[in-house]
Ligand binder design. Structure first.
Ligand SMILES: C[S@@+](CC[C@H](N)C(=O)[O-])C[C@H]1O[C@@H](n2cnc3c(N)ncnc32)[C@H](O)[C@@H]1O
Length: 252
């Protein structure tokens, strides 16, 4: 109905208009096919904001707020007038756009290999009123970034489910969420090493590189970071379950 929960209580006696009714009926029939709720409603909450989502993007997960939080702490301490952030593999844009909303001077470059995902992120930037400070580039990880481009912070939530973990993944996740957003089809240590090595060449000195990890990719990510001399050792942030959720380092 386009109402916030509190407004719905206030307008409890209000009629459901024909548009709202059509939307609700459509959402219910989509949900009946087994489509995850966020896709059925075409929206998901993240960081206190509402994001449009479609099956082209991963449904933003609460765990990713730890990555955003690490970025936020870093940007708060940074004394730069117009900091620049790279959100690598942006999906819905939930990481970069949440920070753009929290930091009115922040410029954000959002990349993804998936054009349909970038389209969703672009739509979210417009809806959140931050599109004038965001740019969107399609490409394979750092290939999307200009050679001389430098960032104050690079945040990345890459696909990190290994094929070994595939059987443990919920069926509706496997069936409906983009496999490009879920599965890491290469050796995790090698993947994080290559990502970290590229990241340092696009960071200013003192810049932050932080990645989200799963329960079994924290170690490979730390090993990958440690092979890159220009980066401080991989520090970690734990989530509420005590699992290492973010590995981060600073460009020396
Ligand atoms: C785990 S999802 C994260 C999406 C979003 N940042 C979030 O936190 O919800 C990983 C994202 O990386 C993108 N991706 C996968 N392979 C990529 C590649 N080779 N280059 C750039 N992005 C890629 C996927 O399309 C997906 O949007």
């Amino acid at each position: 109905m386009g109402l916030e929960p509190a407004e719905r209580i206030l307008h409890a006696a209000g009629e459901v208009g024909p548009l709202a009714q059509a939307y609700i009926e459509e959402a219910v029939s989509r949900r009946e096919t087994g489509l995850p709720l966020a896709y059925a409603l075409e929206r998901a909450e993240f960081g206190g904001l509402v994001f449009v989502v479609s099956p082209a993007v991963l449904i933003p997960r609460p765990e990713t707020e730890f990555l955003v939080q690490r970025g936020e702490e870093y940007l708060r301490e940074l004394k730069r007038r117009r900091p620049v952030l790279l959100d690598l593999g942006c999906g819905s844009g939930c990481v970069g756009l949440t920070l753009a909303k929290r930091f009115p001077q922040l410029q954000v470059v959002l990349t993804d290999v998936s054009e349909p995902a970038l389209h969703v992120a672009g739509e979210n930037a417009k809806r959140l009123g931050v599109a004038d400070r965001c740019s969107f580039v399609a490409g394979d990880w750092f290939a999307a970034v200009k050679r001389r481009e430098r960032f104050d912070a690079i945040l990345c939530n890459p696909p990190y489910v290994t094929r070994r973990d595939d059987p443990q993944l919920a069926e509706d996740v496997k069936k409906h969420e983009p496999s490009l957003a879920l599965f890491l089809d290469q050796d995790p240590t090698e993947f994080f090493f290559r990502l970290a090595r590229k990241a340092v060449s696009h960071l200013v000195s003192g810049g932050l590189f932080a990645v989200e990890v799963g329960y079994d990719t924290a170690w490979p990510a730390r090993c990958g970071f440690e092979k890159v001399n220009a980066l401080t050792r991989g520090h970690e942030v734990h989530d509420f379950a005590g699992i290492e959720r973010v590995i981060w380092g600073i460009r020396r």
